[in-house]
Design a protein around this ligand. Structure first.
Ligand code: GCU
Length: 665
């Protein structure tokens, strides 16, 4: 149940007087989100406070202390006018708990469910304050992506096999899918792509399309639509055509037929996710067509059904590492900038938050500042691929926030990344965020009890974390403070003992993406280079002397990154190639910073273990021990990281550690 466990709380006289006596779920049919809202309330009140309550659907209010949930429209019809409620956007809601007269009214059924989870989150934290406010979503697209393969494996998944697929087909038992739907709805996710971006065309057999429909039936009552990833070459490899050219009439026809077949079974399908012409995947370039031609092929097939295409900007080719002007970071803008305005209205370009690939520190993708007539979405990664694979604690929202809140200064005007992808900055109707989640059958969902899902770019990272801690581990203050402290220290610690100063996560990039392997970064075509030699390190991405990447940002940001003096230390080596003896703004040399940061990071990881041990009597045995094992592992592995990296650069540079630790360990 994750954070929806509704753990029992004691209830004082005052608390009892605040609990509703029954639920009115207005006009709810059995598969509707309003119905789910009603049953969640029943379940929550019983489980948290032991209070059994009845539910009715038609009358406005059957007792003085009911909680009434419904759409605004239905409420007005059944109960009459309602005061105070401002205009609500799609999926927004109004919550009013004043005077024991609780009303949760949505602009639509989804909004009702979101408001209900908000109220339940208050109840489950013992919070009975009287509130009255409206909340609207930050953006219309709030998706998650699963990278599940048809054989049941999950690419970059660390929480066990797929809950959707096994042996090439959709599983029969979808119980876990329903539980997942609850969790996703409670954080206001409205669509899920169920299969890997490296897609398998056999998803499109008639049996599997029926399976997709069964999955969609489970998600629908939770206000979640289903989407699928497609393999670009399917017309040829699966459909038997002799081409997959996106401009060929037979190909166009084939996709439109398949799309019609899917919509026959899943009338509200969200749309398609496409990875094309990237990392060996087929795409329009095979036929010298543009990426826009490729995206529009699907857009045309989906348009009559109201679906959208999420077209990934993660397109790059292998590069020649001896060419000092080559730079994988340039790829997204190089490929997509000239296509701005050439995509159909139902295409959304899905952009990874940084220009490379979910690294521990990256600047925001400059593509957000280069598409003005194209809808965009940001792609985040909840599964900790490069970030410790759920064996290291890594609370992600602070990292995401540095990207969301970054001001790109397009045309010298405020242009926060979150306002660009939400569609606000350039007046786009579509836009939003999508997260690669990769939950599996593991009871922890992601592989660790301390790995979580979270949403909303403007939420305060710490406040959101604390809600989650109270809901997941209870109201104890020591538990709250300790998990908060560890979580907030987790990104800096991991960055410290993996890769500093913007050099990227120095993990093995060739295969596992796990554990230290600084030597793997260079001398290959994959383009996550550090350019480290005996005297100097870093990618020169300046316009004046390097790959020109800094020039992909609008002028104010470009000017900041172009010069060493104005580049923040934490991205120095992302943008500049400098001597190990170069002095940072902090006053330290680059190499000494490397040494110190690695020791600091590993030291912090040791404290996670002792901090967690201090909670032994306050956390149930199963979760305590599961997390303990991970912290024991992290404590050791952070030292492996520390020693591997400091030794590597010590050997390469020959420069001593002023604290003499490196030579002695
Ligand atoms: C990373 C990841 C791959 C994934 C790719 C993508 O490179 O390691 O497993 O397929 O990103 O996002 O498409």
């Amino acid at each position: 149940d994750g954070w929806l466990r509704y753990a029992p709380l004691s209830c004082s006289q005052q608390c009892k007087s605040k609990l509703p006596a029954n639920v009115v779920a207005l006009n709810a049919t059995e598969t509707s989100p309003v119905y789910v809202a009603g049953t969640e309330l029943q379940q929550g009140l019983k489980s948290i406070y032991g209070k059994k309550i009845g539910i009715s659907h038609n009358k406005c209010k059957s007792s003085s202390s009911a909680v009434v949930v419904g759409t605004l429209e239905q409420y007005r019809k059944t109960c009459g006018a309602v005061k105070d409620v401002p205009d609500l956007e799609e999926d927004g809601f109004w919550i009013d708990t004043r005077n024991n007269n609780i009303r949760i009214l949505g602009s639509n059924e989804r909004g009702v469910l979101y408001g209900t989870f908000e109220y339940l989150s208050m109840l489950a934290q013992g919070n009975f304050s009287e509130v009255a406010y409206a909340t609207n979503p930050a953006a219309p697209i709030r998706w998650v992506n699963q990278w599940d393969d048809m054989d049941g494996r999950i690419e970059r998944g660390y929480g066990g096999p797929s809950i959707f697929f096994k042996n090439g087909a959709i599983v029969d038992d979808l119980t876990r899918v329903k539980q997942y739907a609850r969790l996703l709805a409670s954080v206001r996710v409205n669509a899920i792509v169920i299969n890997n971006v490296n897609a398998d065309a056999t998803l499109l057999t008639p049996t599997n399309i029926k399976g997709i429909a069964r999955i969609a039936d489970v998600f629908r009552p939770y206000g979640i639509q289903v989407g699928v990833s497609l393999n670009f070459a399917s017309p040829q490899t699966f459909g038997g055509l002799d081409t997959y050219d996106p401009l060929d009439a037979s190909v166009i026809n084939w996709w439109s037929n398949i799309t019609d077949q899917i919509y026959d079974e899943v009338p509200d399908m969200a749309g398609y996710l496409i990875k094309a012409s990237s990392e060996g995947q087929p795409g329009p370039e095979t036929y010298n067509r543009t990426l826009a031609d490729g995206a529009n092929l699907f857009a045309h097939a989906l348009e009559p059904h109201g679906g959208i295409v999420m077209f990934r900007a993660f397109v790059y080719n292998q590069l020649n590492e001896s060419d000092w002007d080559a730079d994988r970071a340039n790829a997204a803008v190089d490929f997509f900038k000239e296509l701005d305005g050439k995509f159909e209205e139902n295409v959304v370009v899905q952009i990874k938050y940084g220009p490379i690939d979910f690294q521990v520190r990256e600047p925001p993708s400059p593509l957000f500042a280069n598409l003005f007539n194209t809808s965009t979405a940001i792609e985040l990664q909840v599964t900790q691929e490069y970030l410790g694979q759920q064996s290291h604690l890594f609370y992600l929202p602070p990292l995401w926030k540095t990207i969301f809140d970054f001001d790109l200064r397009v045309d010298g005007k405020p242009s926060l990344v979150r306002d660009v992808y939400s569609g606000k900055r350039f007046n786009r109707k579509l836009g939003g965020s999508t997260a690669v989640v990769n939950v599996g059958t593991n009871t922890t969902w992601l592989g660790s009890h301390l790995a979580m899902l979270a949403w909303n770019p403007t939420d305060d990272s710490e406040g959101m974390l604390q809600d989650w801690i109270r809901l997941t581990f209870g109201l104890d203050k020591a538990v709250l403070n300790t998990i908060t402290k560890m979580s907030m220290e987790s990104w800096p610690a991991y960055e410290n003992y993996s890769g500093n100063l913007g050099i990227q996560t120095l993990t093995d990039i060739l295969y596992t993406h796990f554990g230290p392997n600084p030597a793997s970064q260079d001398n290959n075509g994959w383009g996550q280079w550090t350019r480290a030699d005996h005297t100097s390190i870093g990618m020169d991405r300046t316009v004046s002397n390097g790959t020109g990447f800094s020039g992909q940002y609008p002028s104010e940001v470009a000017a900041m990154y172009e010069k060493i003096e104005t580049t923040p230390d934490n991205l120095l080596l992302w943008f500049h190639h400098v001597d190990y003896t170069h002095r940072l703004h902090s006053g330290k040399t680059v190499i000494q910073h490397f040494y110190d940061a690695h020791y600091d990071g590993a030291d912090t990881a040791q404290t996670f273990l002792t901090q967690w041990e201090s909670l032994q009597s306050k956390i149930d045995k199963e979760r305590y021990e599961h997390v303990l094992r991970r912290f024991e592992y992290q404590a050791g592995h952070s030292i492996v990281w520390r020693d591997a990296i400091v030794d590597f650069y010590h050997n390469l540079s020959g420069i001593a550690d002023t604290s003499k630790r490196v030579d002695n360990h």
